[in-house]
Ligand binder design. Structure first.
Ligand SMILES: *Cc1c(COP(=O)(O)O)cnc(C)c1O
Length: 459
């Protein structure tokens, strides 16, 4: 079969109708939303690429598993089914369910972080960073330089800079560095993978300096698939074998199952050490729930146990990463500035290059997000001067982020290749008419996390 056709490895049994809106309707709706797509009703969106989190389509096996849910408060059969699956994938004996990834972060940072600690990683996810900072810790992003350059091609742009890691460990040691956290794939720079060689090198340093190593494994299956495709020696291995090797270099992991769990909510912590698990279980009782459900329904644990296995199936992973890669390649061919190489879960447009005539203080990323919605009913996310600009504490001056990106996150098993072709064509059309678009000014700004609720007016 021709590779670039990328046929879906599933057929459709149940459909969710999508609503077409007219351009005139969308022009009205975006004004009502204050030109912020977070304020739109999902029903008014044709293709929703806001996130890949919690928006996966479950399989028939997962829907069937829901009916097997054991809702017992303690010792639920569904918990044991989940635990067995997680242990089979990670090798970690102790499994604690949580309501979603940030529930795991809450418990884990409460146990592990004290004020003044440094926490090195490749790039910490936003909520992880928030939890580390809440406990007085300092998150350190040590991703390799290539990982921060949108136009540089490198097979593992999520890798940690091992030299930087060693200098931190040497200077501060286990007293100040409670753990290293590797995020697979590296969400914050585009779902870029981390190589096994890099993980091994980090693990060697971790053991040399007696600092434990943990994984944020939200997209572990996508990371393992990239290792299989790109790293010598892994071509003939199953995803679960690669996962087992990867986790064998660590002491535990945190999971948001809204990603590679292929479910809509949930997560877990998995640990090697029994006494650490006992502490975590105590905290779980206060924050999440009894340790055999931790904020998840029995039926959700059943669906997750099935989803974790499906997420490691090669035809699924090939199609999923293929959809992302194909969208990137179509855009590249049309000259659209896009981050390369394609990551695992999303396509990132470089809004600064897309709209060179719109300066950063006029939000080129917002201009692009608004254009995509008004032209085609597509919802994307700005990751640029709206989401990330900071005020200098001294001068009060705005510090703009280095990158001005727009993210199109691809939900798992939800959209067909035709939907994504429509997305590509819509972006290309906006790009061809790029000179007619203008910037925005912010007219309402909440005190924290402004990008979720702020409002704009066109200039
Ligand atoms: C989504 C995500 C989280 C947080 O998980 P939630 O389930 O949204 O709370 C943590 N780390 C990474 C890498 C993520 O992508």
């Amino acid at each position: 079969m021709e590779k670039n056709i990328n046929p879906e490895p599933f057929k459709i049994k149940m459909v969710e109708p999508l609503r077409f809106t007219t351009r005139a309707e969308r022009e009205k709706l975006i004004v009502e939303a204050g030109y912020n797509c977070f304020n739109l009703k999902a029903e008014d969106v044709y293709i929703d690429l806001l996130t890949d989190s919690g928006v996966s389509a479950m399989s028939q096996a997962q829907w069937a598993a829901l009916l097997l849910g054991d809702e017992s408060y303690a010792g639920s059969r569904s918990f044991y089914r989940l635990k067995e699956t997680v242990t089979a994938i990670t090798g970690f004996e102790y499994v604690l369910p949580v309501h979603q990834g940030r529930g795991a972060e809450h418990i884990f940072t409460e146990m592990m972080v004290k004020p003044g600690d440094l926490i090195p990683g490749n790039m910490h996810f936003d909520t992880t960073r928030g939890h580390l900072a809440l406990k007085g810790g300092r998150p350190l992003d040590l991703v390799i330089e290539e990982g921060l350059c949108p136009e540089v091609v490198h097979p593992f742009k999520g890798n940690l800079d091992i030299t930087k890691l060693e200098s931190i460990l040497k200077e501060y040691g286990p007293e100040k560095v409670p753990f290293i956290l590797i995020t697979v794939t590296c969400n914050s720079n585009g779902g870029q993978p981390v190589s096994m060689e890099n993980i091994k090198a980090a693990a060697k340093l971790a053991s040399q300096y007696r600092v434990p190593l943990f994984f944020d494994m939200a997209r572990f299956a996508e990371n393992c698939f990239f290792i299989k495709e790109r790293e010598a020696g892994y071509q003939d291995k199953e995803i679960i074998e690669i996962a087992r090797e990867m986790f064998s270099y660590g002491d535990g992991c945190l999971m948001s199952s809204k990603k590679d769990g292929l479910v809509n909510i949930g997560g877990f912590i998995a640990l090697k050490d029994q006494s650490l698990y006992q502490q975590a279980a105590q905290l779980s009782i206060i924050y999440e729930g009894f340790p055999t459900y931790g904020g998840m329904a029995g039926r959700d644990m059943e669906a997750l146990a099935v989803g974790l296995k499906e997420a490691m199936e090669i035809p699924y992973l090939r199609h999923r990463t293929g959809q992302v890669a194909q969208l990137v390649s179509q855009l590249e061919k049309a000259g659209v500035p896009v981050v390369v190489p394609a990551g695992g879960h999303a396509v990132y447009l470089d809004a600064k290059k897309f709209f060179p005539h719109i300066p950063q203080e006029e939000f080129p990323g917002i201009a692009l997000v608004v254009a995509l919605y008004v032209e085609s009913g597509i919802r994307a996310t700005e990751l640029g001067s709206c989401a990330f600009a900071e005020k200098d504490a001294g001068t009060g001056e705005t510090i703009y982020p280095r990158l001005e990106l727009v993210r199109l996150a691809i939900p798992r098993r939800v959209y067909t290749n035709t939907h994504l072709e429509f997305v590509a064509n819509s972006i290309i059309k906006v790009f061809q008419n790029r000179h007619q678009y203008k910037g925005f000014k912010m007219v309402y700004e909440p005190p924290v996390l402004r990008h979720f609720t702020c409002r704009f007016e066109p200039l």
